[in-house]
Write a protein that binds this ligand. Structure first.
Ligand SMILES: [Zn+2]
Length: 473
């Protein structure tokens, strides 16, 4: 006999890897989709995986989005394109950021299609690649979003209640906390999305959630500790100092959302404290500029300090005199002739697309340039190759010798490291906890994190495998 209430979990992305988050909770055969992100990495492989969508759209009762990063929201337009008519639940800030991210992706895909067609034609090759979705599909996905703020529980299906708790990862980021009630029995399932960290600038710390029965936990840094922010700021000041001496440039590939605003915040702090002189800083990413605007209209997501600066003292934490936001292509191109010392922050964060690639082409051969890595670089990305110290890299299909220095600062990560994740677990009531399911991590990080959790007394920990079903008790 079937149990009166069957709850199953499976993942169609971010299982044994860090991108493509797509997690499904099934309740009596009805599917609740948590995140619908894009796979990233090498172009051909990511494209294949994103195309092979793997979710029967007509079975989805509701979709929930934890935050606006591309690897969590990027394939939502594939849902609406495939005929999904239901709601997509998100916090208001997540809706705004996700809208920006999905539109940006649609534009990049259209642009890529044009460029690849041109190249194929030139070589006399056949060309049949099509974008995964277009701007209309992205608009449709945004139109299906239903927003609910943190700590405002909402019913999203028969006996299924959703509540968002602050995840401390990026603006608007949330844990999706699902409570399934049936026949008087309550099952609580918490999806962390991406678990943030304490003491990040701008946003609040990760929340303490009510005792869960099942926890679907990310494990990106399952085997790593981050540097302390103080050390990182010192290193940042050193790198700027060297650029000032050498009249060099600092090129920073950064995610347009959160990382760019944080860097601006940190540079602002360093200038204010006199640790670095005021040198020109260019944020060369239309997306980062737009995202910064979104940051300015969501004070409900700020921590105490930012609220104080922004609301009470009318100070803008996202802007100061030497900071320039470039928007037009001409302004961006003009940066090619920019004399140092100067800082250019540009996207995409893993150097796989966008204006950062042009800046790298322009500066990679210059020994006075520093390429500063401040974020996670997934396997098989240009960013990872730079981070790994490769002397020769391929950009826009051509090989370049690297003479620029590469430096990395890990402290700005938006993800908890293993100890911080452990501390967060310690802060919540785990007396009901039956199982932890690890997602969003690469092999070594996940096994190491599993061992760490075992030492902390969490015995029932599964490393989630792609497509495998896990049953609730
Ligand atoms: Zn994220």
């Amino acid at each position: 006999m079937l149990p009166s209430m069957a709850i199953n979990f499976y993942s169609l992305g971010a299982a044994g890897e860090v991108t493509g988050s797509k997690h499904v909770m099934e309740v009596d055969g009805k599917s609740y989709l948590i995140d619908c992100g894009a796979f990233q990495g090498s172009r051909a492989e990511a494209d294949r995986k994103n195309r092979d969508f793997g979710i029967p759209v007509d079975k989805i009762e509701a979709a929930v989005l934890t935050h606006g990063h591309f690897d969590h929201c990027g394939m939502l337009p594939m849902l609406t394109k495939g005929g999904y008519k239901g709601n997509i639940y998100a916090t208001p800030a997540t809706r705004d950021l996700a809208s920006l991210v999905m539109m940006d992706s649609a534009r990049i895909q259209a642009h890529d299609a044009e460029y690849l067609r041109f190249r194929a034609n030139r070589k006399g090759e056949n060309f049949d690649w099509k974008p995964l979705y277009n701007e209309q599909d992205a608009v449709k996905a945004t139109g299906q979003m239903v927003t609910t703020s943190y700590n405002r529980p909402i019913w999203i299906g028969d006996g299924v209640k959703l509540e968002f708790f602050d995840a401390g990862h990026i603006l608007g980021s949330a844990f999706a906390y699902l409570t399934v009630t049936k026949d008087g029995k309550e099952t609580r399932v918490a999806y962390t999305g991406d678990l943030g960290r304490k003491n990040k600038p701008i946003i609040r710390d990760p929340s303490v959630i009510p005792a869960p029965d099942y926890l679907v936990l990310e494990s990106t840094y399952g085997d790593r500790r981050h540097e302390s922010t103080d050390d990182a700021l010192e290193k940042l000041a050193d790198i700027v100092g060297r650029a000032v001496r050498d009249r060099g440039r600092i090129i920073i590939p950064a995610f347009a959302i959160e990382r760019t605003q944080e860097l601006v915040y940190y540079f602002h702090m360093l200038v204010d404290s006199g640790a670095i002189p005021e040198i020109p800083i260019y944020v060369d990413s239309p997306m980062a500029t737009n995202a910064t605007t979104i940051f300015q209209v969501h004070p409900e997501c700020y921590d105490e300090e930012t609220n104080k600066a922004f609301i009470r003292h009318h100070k803008n934490p996202f802007g100061f005199n030497s900071l320039h936001f470039t928007t037009s292509v001409d302004e961006s191109k003009a940066l090619n002739n920019l004399k140092g010392p100067a800082i250019i922050i540009s996207a995409d964060g893993m150097c796989e697309a966008g204006r950062i690639q042009h800046h790298l082409v322009n500066s990679i051969g210059d020994p006075f340039t520093t390429i500063l890595i401040v974020g996670y670089m997934a396997e098989h990305t240009l960013g990872r190759r730079l981070r790994d110290g490769e002397r020769e890299v391929k950009i826009h299909g051509e090989w370049f010798k690297r003479k620029a220095n590469v430096e990395a600062i890990d402290a700005f990560s938006a993800h908890a490291d293993y100890q911080e994740a452990g501390e967060w677990l310690d802060s919540i009531d785990t007396s009901r906890l039956k199982k932890i399911m690890l997602v969003h991590g690469e092999g070594k990080a996940q096994t190491s994190f599993k061992d760490y959790l075992a030492k902390k007394g969490f015995k029932d920990v599964d490393i989630v495998q792609y497509g495998k079903t896990y049953e609730a008790e």
